[in-house]
Every structure is written in structure tokens, then in C-alpha cells.
Design a binder for this molecule. Structure first.
Ligand SMILES: Cc1cc2nc3c(=O)[nH]c(=O)nc-3n(C[C@H](O)[C@H](O)[C@H](O)COP(=O)(O)OP(=O)(O)OC[C@H]3O[C@@H](n4cnc5c(N)ncnc54)[C@H](O)[C@@H]3O)c2cc1C
Length: 372
């Protein structure tokens, strides 16, 4: 059985960013494993979907590109675009993995993880298990859509399964969920001349909130405003879908709030989110009473299983949701520090990452609302 000090599951931005830092730090016994290729998730994005967070070559003046995950790299510089597509961003990740010669095992799918005697046994589908002392979970959420959001949701098409909006048949669509993915679907369908109604449960979707995790980003608002001018998109608030039925060739969508219904011949589009890869290792974490996020200590480590760390968009500390790259990359240093300390390494090396925005151990200053 192969053994490592550190195994990272997932070669997306979280896993590749974390591995680049640990390699730079001097961790030698380490591997990243991915069920597909580096950047696999981004290959699966709909062809038309682009990054909502902008990339810019700000590195030169000491501010990392918002979508960068390793010091001295910038997607804007490598890809020469502000809002990369999934395929473009996957290219950035692969360029990095090659440039930094990261130790990666592709086409290696984790089936489950066992923990005993302070070690992890990572069981691989059709392969030999791998042992590690520390496990960094970076398997993301995109490849684990929530297909059971409400009764009949299995009748819908989840937005993450769409390869290109060009392939979708029909003229009149309902999108369930009005966050970034749902509005992106509506914009792309409208651009192809289709009519779209977006149903969203928020009572006041126009509420102004500073955190882009809780509100539409400027990039999406701009695109939405451009498209709304063509009168093909309808936004309906205060609509919590609790059931969809298929009867007489029609989909009937019911709103729990007032029992009203919508009828359509086109398969509804589900943009209500993901169960996340954490569903695979759920028992190794304690969960918040709402069951919606894993409880972590100050090192972003499971409160239940010592040595199991979480990096990526699922990291959450009470009201702070670290779902964008520019947010969660700031915790790479925290995880590296905890592991380095336990491996007996000199962790002062990591201090340089503070200035780069890759090591933020004090989250106290986050969460400020902008006065204007
Ligand atoms: C629609 C959408 C748009 C987004 N847009 C932005 C944006 O514009 N800007 C931004 O900062 N963030 C954005 N995000 C947030 C996004 O989640 C992250 O930026 C990013 O994809 C998360 O990176 P990750 O490495 O944690 O996960 P992923 O990129 O999903 O990588 C996880 C990796 O783990 C592998 N894996 C999964 N399961 C297993 C397994 N069982 N065994 C082995 N390997 C496995 C996968 O193949 C994959 O390569 C967006 C999210 C969504 C859903």
C-alpha cells in the first residue's frame, strides 16, 4: 500500500493551490488524486459559462489576480481574458501543475475513506488503497449536484449537466433558482431567443448585500440588464417550488407559498445547488444543526476527525461563506501551517504568504458591509 504524509483529494483550484503551497514549503511525501484530469470540473462547465469573478494582471503591483491560486501566476496573464470559460481555466490549472511539477495521480477515483489509528485509508475504485497521515479534502461540489431538492426534482435537468445551452430543445423554459447559476442559464437561453421564467424563493431579491456569495455579482447584473431589454426573461420572486409533476406531456410546477402552479412543455432547469463531495465523507465531520455545512476548527480541520482538513468553497465559519477562489485561497496558509507544525517543520516560512493573500488566520475583519 502506498503511504504519504499528505494526500489531497481533488485537482481543482483548491487541490492544486494547496499542493503548490505545500510543495514550495518543502512537504515531500504528498500526492494529489483526481478521478479525472487536473481541472476536470471546469471541463464539465457549459460551454457558454464564464468566470463571474474577473481576472486582471494586478500581480505586478502586489495584488494577486482574483482567480489565481498560486504566487506569481495569473489567469489573466496566461489566458489573456477577463472572464475565462471553464475550458480556459482548466488550461491555467494544467499549466500550473506542469510548471510546478506537482505530484498528481489522475484517473484515480476515491470510493470512500476510513480513519483508524490516526491514519486515513483512501479506498480507490478499481485500484489499491492509499494510506496517509493527513488528508486534505478538495473534491469540490460541482460534480455532486443536488437532484433531490424537492418532490419531482428528478424530472428536471440540473444546470451542471448541460454541456452547451445550444443543445437544449424547447422555446419556453422555467429555471428553478435565481442565484448565479440560474441567472446564467436564463441569460444564455435568452441569448438564443428562448423565453425564460426564473422562479426564486427570495422575498426581496433586490436587497443590497456587500458579500457576492449572497447576491448577484456585478458581471451577472450587467449581463442580465442587457438581456432583460429583449423582454424574454421574467423574474418571479417569493416562489418556493415544492413539487413538479409530469402529466399529459406537461410539467406542472407548484409554488409552496400560495399553491399556484406553472405549466410548461419544456423540461424545467434545476439551479438549486449541490450536495457537494462532502456527502462522501459526511461521517468524518460534525455538522451544523442546519446540516448545511461541516463544523471546522480554527485550522479548517474536522472537529470530529483530527488530521482531516477541508479546502475550497465548502469551507464555512458561521456567517462567513468562503465560496469564491479569492476567499478560500486565503485559508491555504492556515492548513499548511497546521500540517507543517505537526510534521515538525519551521512554519515561519509560510509568513510570506500573508502578504500574497494566501494566509489569513484572522477572519475577524471579514464580513464588513460597505457604507457606499
Ligand atoms: C456554476 C458555478 C460557477 C462558479 N463561478 C466561480 C467564479 O466565477 N469564481 C470563483 O472564484 N468561483 C466560482 N465558483 C465556485 C467554484 O466552486 C470554485 O471556484 C471551484 O470550482 C472550486 O474548486 P475546487 O477545487 O474546490 O473544486 P472542483 O473544481 O470541483 O475540483 C474538485 C476536483 O475533485 C475531483 N473529485 C471529485 N470527486 C472525486 C473523487 N471521489 N475522487 C477523486 N477525485 C474527485 C474532481 O474531478 C475535480 O477535479 C463557481 C461555482 C459554480 C457551481
Amino acid at each position: 500500500m502506498e503511504k504519504f504524509d499528505v494526500v489531497i483529494v481533488g485537482a481543482g483550484p483548491s487541490g492544486i493551490g494547496m499542493c503548490s503551497m505545500l510543495k514550495d514549503f518543502g512537504v515531500e511525501s504528498m500526492t494529489v488524486i483526481d478521478k479525472g484530469k487536473v481541472g476536470e470540473t471546469f471541463d464539465k462547465w457549459p460551454e457558454e459559462m464564464r468566470f463571474i469573478t474577473p481576472s486582471f494582471t494586478t500581480n505586478f503591483w502586489g495584488h494577486m489576480d482574483l482567480n489565481s491560486i498560486a504566487v506569481g501566476t495569473s489567469p489573466a496573464f496566461t489566458l489573456e481574458t477577463e472572464h475565462p470559460t471553464g475550458k480556459e481555466y482548466a488550461k491555467y490549472l494544467r499549466t500550473l501543475a506542469e510548471h510546478f511539477e506537482l505530484p498528481i495521480k489522475e484517473n484515480t477515483e476515491v470510493e470512500n475513506v476510513e480513519y483508524s489509528n490516526n491514519h486515513f485509508t483512501i479506498n480507490i475504485k478499481n485500484g489499491s488503497p492509499i494510506k496517509s497521515t493527513y488528508l486534505i479534502w478538495a473534491a469540490g461540489e460541482y460534480q455532486y449536484p443536488d437532484l433531490n431538492a424537492f418532490s419531482g426534482s428528478q424530472l428536471c435537468m440540473h444546470n451542471s449537466t448541460v454541456k452547451t445551452w445550444k443543445e437544449i430543445k424547447g422555446d419556453d423554459f422555467y429555471v428553478i433558482g435565481g442565484n448565479e447559476s440560474g441567472i446564467d442559464a436564463a441569460i444564455n437561453l435568452s441569448r438564443m431567443g428562448k423565453k425564460v421564467t426564473v422562479l426564486d424563493e427570495k422575498e426581496n431579491p433586490d436587497a443590497k448585500i456587500t458579500d457576492p456569495s449572497e447576491t448577484l455579482t456585478p458581471y451577472t447584473v450587467d449581463r442580465l440588464m442587457d438581456e432583460i431589454a429583449y423582454d424574454r426573461i421574467t423574474l418571479v420572486a417569493d416562489t418556493k417550488v415544492d413539487e413538479i409533476k409530469f402529466e399529459n406531456d406537461n410539467y406542472i410546477i407548484t409554488n409552496e407559498r400560495d399553491d399556484s402552479t406553472y405549466t410548461t412543455k419544456s423540461k424545467p432547469i434545476l439551479a438549486t445547488g449541490f450536495v457537494s463531495s462532502l456527502s462522501m465523507v459526511k461521517d468524518l465531520f460534525d455538522w451544523h444543526e442546519s446540516d448545511s455545512y461541516a463544523l471546522l476548527n480554527e485550522h479548517d480541520e474536522s472537529r470530529k476527525t483530527p488530521g482531516l482538513f477541508l479546502v475550497g468553497p465548502q469551507v464555512r465559519h458561521e456567517d462567513l461563506i468562503l465560496c469564491f477562489i479569492y476567499k478560500y485561497r486565503q485559508r491555504f496558509g492556515v492548513v499548511a501551517n497546521a500540517i507543517g507544525d505537526r510534521l515538525g517543520m519551521d512554519t515561519s516560512f509560510l509568513d510570506q504568504y500573508r502578504e500574497e493573500g494566501l494566509y489569513k488566520d484572522d477572519l475577524g475583519a471579514c464580513g464588513e458591509e460597505c457604507p457606499c
